[in-house]
Ligand binder design. Structure first.
Ligand code: GCU
Ligand code: CA
Ligand code: CA
Length: 481
């Protein structure tokens, strides 16, 4: 379709839509958006994937998400992807499916043939030799054509992202923000204008990662503002670890407040996730994220590819390897009971509750969470100590995250309040950078302060210990003595 026909057609569809929306109930605009980016579903289905609900019955994955409280679906668009997944036809097919299932829709333009993120904003091959003026026209055309095809299928996305995680701009080198902020701003405006030309009611999002990094957001959006960029909503990604989510979430809430007052724009968490095998921590994080971002005035929270399991090495889905959702997905259910306070404690070295190691706290092997890990002396009885408070005597579950780059077991004797309870095996993980969870141990803790220690049973010392998790009601980390 040439651009003029496209515009005329878009104008007619838009007029029709405006007419219809006068009579349509406008409830969605006020409702907090809860949803997921599910861009992988068609490719997963084509390679034989199926999804099961909590009871193990096979269902359409969108239905399962809906039954877990989700009301919004986000879809990425690549310009000319090899294989076609997340190209125009695939996106339109998924958008129709999401719309028919009653979801609100977000479209996410990566101006690239493949992933665009803070580490790469590669131009589509077809645009590689274009001048900056041509690139602005390319962004406009591609955005317009995609929006127009969606419109001709009756889809007017509620939100459209112009660029994906454009921390440092897009379409490098021309649009690299640190080199040419004005180019970045003008590219954003090209996308913005194309979106509004087809669908004036769609909200345009500019999306930056690391929601906790206020300096990054100020730098990016100050730059856009001073170069005349237009946008409606600030989108954020937030991917914390079990050991640091409390800190990063608090910083993200501070940033949400700052963004709202500094620019007078809406804010939305457009991507989040945590490792599927840390589902208890993930649920606690998501529950808090939804509650606290909502009361800070954010517009929604979307999980990135929750339905991914055993898929392309991606481990931050919210699905078990048996094809059913993890409990983390329950965080999206309205009125889902929050985790009882203090339910989970992840004791990171040098945080409250970590009481030292006969050895050192190191940070020289990648992959740990938090500030580092405890490296015990290579000696029998060398150990790591923690201290927790239980509101009442009860059984709790203890688990450790560790790495063992040797070929043998580096076990520890678990000692609770001085008594040896059991031996925890900490077998070889293949490398000092490969971290994994130990088996879990049930331990009876007493009301009040409890000392917990792992002490090496062999002269090799313990494996390196990243963190300890204590699960149960009424547990908290306390200062050492
Ligand atoms: C290596 C490794 C340490 C580890 C130690 C050990 O030195 O870098 O992190 O603790 O081996 O064998 O215990
Ligand atoms: Ca050691
Ligand atoms: Ca750690």
């Amino acid at each position: 379709m040439d651009e003029l026909t496209g515009r005329v057609r878009a104008a007619i569809t838009t007029a029709l839509f405006l007419l219809l929306s006068i009579y349509a109930p406008g409830a969605s605009a006020q409702t907090f958006a809860k949803g997921a980016d599910v861009s992988w579903i068609t490719q997963m289905e084509a390679s034989g994937y199926r999804w099961y609900n909590d009871n193990g019955t096979q269902q359409d994955v969108l239905q399962i998400l809906k039954d877990h409280g989700m009301n919004s679906i986000r879809l990425r668009v690549w310009v000319n992807p090899s294989g076609g997944w997340s190209g125009l036809n695939d996106v339109v097919a998924k958008a129709i499916r999401a719309k028919n299932a009653g979801f609100r829709i977000m479209i996410d333009f990566h101006y690239s043939d493949s992933w665009a993120d803070p580490g790469k904003q590669t131009k589509p091959a077809a645009w590689r030799t274009h001048t900056f003026e041509q690139l602005m026209a390319d962004v406009y055309q591609h955005t317009f054509n995609t929006m127009n095809t969606l419109a001709s299928n009756g889809i007017f996305p509620e939100w459209v992202q112009v660029g994906n995680e454009t921390n440092n701009g897009m379409l490098w080198e021309d649009g690299r923000a640190s080199v040419n902020m004005r180019n970045y701003a003008w590219l954003v405006n090209s996308g913005y204008d194309a979106v509004k030309a087809v669908s004036p009611n769609s909200k345009v999002i500019v999306h930056v990662s690391n929601a906790y990094d206020n300096a990054l957001f100020r730098w990016n959006f100050d730059g856009l503002r001073s170069n005349g960029a237009r946008w409606d909503i600030i989108g954020m990604s937030l991917y914390p670890e079990p050991g640091n989510w409390q800190t990063l979430l608090s910083q993200a809430i501070t940033n949400i407040n700052d963004m709202r007052s500094r620019y007078g724009k809406g804010v939305m968490i457009v991507e989040t996730g945590m490792s599927f095998d840390q589902a208890t921590a993930s649920k606690a994080f998501l529950t808090d994220l939804i509650t606290r971002s909502r009361s800070a005035g954010a517009l929604g929270v979307l999980y990135w590819e929750p339905q991914a399991y055993n898929w392309q090495g991606y481990s931050k889905g919210a699905w078990n390897t048996n094809g059913r959702p993890t409990i983390a997905l329950d965080a999206f259910i309205d009125g889902s009971p929050p985790q009882p306070p203090g339910n989970i404690v992840i004791l990171q070295e040098n945080l409250t509750g970590f009481c030292g190691v006969d050895g050192t706290v190191d940070s020289n092997h990648a992959g740990y969470t938090g500030a580092g890990f405890a490296n015990s002396n290579n000696a029998s009885n060398a150990g790591v100590r923690w201290r927790v408070n239980a509101t009442a005597a009860a059984n709790f579950t203890l688990q450790w995250r560790f790495a063992n780059g040797t070929t043998g077991n580096r076990p520890g004797s678990l000692r609770v309040n001085g008594a040896a309870l059991s031996t925890v095996t900490l077998p070889a993980t293949g490398a000092w950078t490969t971290w994994t969870n130990s088996g879990s141990v049930t331990a009876a803790l007493r009301a009040g302060a409890n000392d917990i220690a792992l002490a090496a049973t062999t002269s090799g010392g313990l494996a390196n210990i990243d963190s300890m998790t204590v699960t149960g009601n009424g547990i908290s980390a306390i200062a050492c003595n």
